[in-house]
Design a protein around this ligand. Sequence first.
Ligand code: HEC
Length: 176
Amino acid sequence: METKTMVPIVISVVAILIAGAALSMGYRAVQAPQVPVAPTINPAQVSITTSHGNLTLAQLAEIQPGLGTVMLEYGNRFYIMYYAAKNGNWDLASYQLKEALEIQETGETTRPGRAPMLKSFESAYLEPLNNTINAKDWNAFQTAYNNTVQGCNGCHAANKFPYIKYTLPSNPPSLP
Ligand code: HEC
């Protein structure tokens, strides 16, 4: 073959090789993380030493806070958040809501069956409530707060706990 014909062919081959290499690098970059290998250990047989004696890993997993414990903290933070906002201490109100969301995540982890409802509650009620805190708008806060409490109790009723009706304690907590 003549050199004239060879040059474009060589250029195309090199271009294809470069494109191929680039594609495979890109592919590697977006590859899904490796699926963890199923543990070969039995949590009931892993012994953890505590200052009170030994517990198994299975026992430790079992005693992580469920929704009842999470909700006690949730309710308490809601109470403090309300009065903080009422006193114009918006930073404290914001902090309480942020911490409420953190304990909610614990509930989503230990009770994954409830996670979808908790997540939709967050976007339907807690995010609008948080916006009123950021805006330091007491009137808007009150409306969003009342809507949220209805959402709280709606979820209780939907989960067969209609008798758990959160209401705001009438005495304010002692606040800084
Ligand atoms: C995703 C549904 C859901 C939402 C949203 C929800 N709760 Fe609950 N809550 C529950 C369930 C379920 C229980 C019962 C606890 C259990 O499962 O043991 C409960 C229990 C409670 C309890 C009783 C805890 C106890 O054991 O004495 C309080 C207080 C409470 N919730 C407050 C709130 C407040 C305040 C909100 C809103 C800011 C809220 N909850 C939102 C599902 C929800």
